[in-house]
Design a protein. Structure first.
Ligand SMILES: Cc1ncc(COP(=O)(O)O)c(C=O)c1O
Length: 460
């Protein structure tokens, strides 16, 4: 497939949101008007809670008009270097021209047919060529489709009902088996909630104890292979042993680690092959493609070559949209040929080092920390007593937005070049100076609106 750029877009003008100190000016008037209308017709004003208004400072209500590379422009024309990038789905940069061109070519040939499209096999072979522990794959549109399908397959294969999920991992699915275990569990029957049990990450004996508490009841253990910098190999091997001893299916949710920790997934990095694994996010540079992959004998229960009772395993009208799969193939090709994962680590390390220098310069090591792997950095905001603080998170976000940086995390893409990283480091230095001043006074006096709030809460 040719990889040259077929689409050229004009480079938009870079305009900072406001002059410093003038956040509450009309720099965001277009966004404010948009939000008012959006809340009347869309519950929460957005289609994803993590993008909700309550996740951002009140006085910086940007609504994105477009993105290119590592930058986005809001409806008022303000530009930002963006981090996180589509909830970590966009790893090559917004509107990556080769991926866009591949999707456009597929679109021109039609999106959806009465019989399977040829691109389905090409995408499956490309995927299985990378994820060497998996023997079969089925594509879907969202990560939740994949993790929920993994749980169903495990239940069918084991004849058991309970799902053991890792309580240290904040999000594995928008479906009831997972959301029922969060504080935002309205509408989920108790009978469903009772089928989910939880264990902490990193403690094999706690998992042993969970199996002892629910003998022959747990169908699968589902978890992210890792979140931080730890070498997870020993623990994951223990988890695998425990699952085998108890006849449970081991599922790694690689939504974040896949195409980020390692080209071949965290399962390759740590040398532990799960029975099933799930991917999404980065695999199609923002296009809606996710995957359930794993052992043939399990996956085939959803196929036409099985003597077992059939499992209705992922069967959506849009599951194999041609342009999404074409985008995934091109994204995987770029990953394999251009060491994208190496770039994510390198640029993340540059950012971490620069931010750490400011933390040290300002003596803020107890209040502000950069955490995680270089390819997946987040930050912690703490108050003067060193306790986690949403008001200080809000202040930091606010001061960065003022300076043209949109950073709910420090998760980079391969499009974050040195200029963008260095601009960010400089802005972080200035934002942390304000942060330090706020530590000596009342942080609320420094905020231009209410603080941000966590997604999972029972009441608004
Ligand atoms: C680890 C993990 N698993 C599953 C999901 C669910 O994916 P989706 O939002 O595409 O349904 C997410 C989404 O954030 C995730 O981070």
């Amino acid at each position: 497939m040719p990889s040259d750029a077929a689409i050229t877009l004009p480079t938009p003008v870079i305009k900072l949101p406001t002059e410093l100190g003038a956040l509450d000016s009309d720099a965001f008037s277009g966004s404010v008007a948009h939000q008012k209308k959006a809340h009347r017709v869309i519950p929460g004003g957005a289609h994803t809670y993590a993008k909700g208004d309550d996740q951002m400072p009140e006085a910086a209500p940007l609504v994105v008009e477009r993105g290119l590379g590592c930058r986005v422009w809001d409806v008022d024309g303000n530009s930002f270097v963006e981090y996180g990038m589509g909830l970590r789905a966009v790893t090559l940069g917004h509107a990556e021209p080769r991926v866009t061109a591949a999707a456009m070519r597929a679109l021109e040939g039609g999106t959806n047919f009465t019989r399977p499209a040829a691109v389905e096999l090409r995408a499956a072979e490309a995927f299985l060529g990378l994820i060497d522990g998996a023997e079969m794959v089925k594509f879907c549109k969202d990560g939740s489709n994949a993790t929920t399908a993994a749980a169903k397959l495990a239940r069918a294969a084991t004849g058991r009902d309970k799902i053991a999920l890792c309580a240290s991992h904040p999000f594995l699915s928008q479906d009831d088996w997972f959301i029922g275990a969060t504080p935002m569990d309205a509408g989920i029957p108790q009978a469903v909630k009772d089928l989910t049990v939880r264990f902490p990450y990193g403690d094999a004996s706690a998992l042993e104890a969970l199996f002892a508490l629910h003998p022959d009841e747990i169908a699968c253990v589902i978890m992210e292979p890792a979140r931080g910098v730890e070498d997870a190999t020993h623990y994951l091997l223990e988890v695998q042993r425990i699952c085998r001893e108890h006849g449970a299916v081991l599922v790694f949710d690689e939504m974040l680690t896949g195409f980020r920790w390692h080209l071949k997934g965290a399962q390759h990095l740590y040398g532990v092959t799960p029975d099933l694994s799930t991917f999404g996010k980065a695999m199609a540079n923002g296009f809606s493609v996710s995957a359930l992959a794993g052992r043939r004998d399990l996956m085939e229960r959803g196929g036409l070559h099985t003597e077992y009772e059939r499992v209705f395993l992922l069967s959506g009208t849009h599951g194999a949209e041609t342009h999404g799969l074409a985008a995934a193939i091109e994204t995987m090709r770029i990953y394999a040929e251009e060491d994208v994962v190496g770039t994510l680590y390198r640029q993340g390390a540059r950012l971490r080092d620069g931010v750490n220098q400011h933390i040290n310069r300002l003596g803020l090591s107890k209040q502000f920390a950069v955490l995680g792997r270089d390819c997946n950095l987040v930050f912690a905001t703490r108050d003067a007593d060193g306790l986690p603080s949403q008001p200080f998170r809000t202040l930091f976000l606010q001061e960065l937005i003022r300076r043209g940086i949109l950073a709910p995390s420090f998760v980079v893409s391969a499009a974050h070049d040195n200029d963008a990283i260095d601009q960010t480091i400089e802005s972080v230095g200035e934002a942390l100076e304000v942060y330090r001043d706020a530590l000596d006074g009342d942080v609320n006096q420094f905020l231009s609106g209410r603080p941000v709030k966590p997604v999972f809460r029972r009441y608004v």
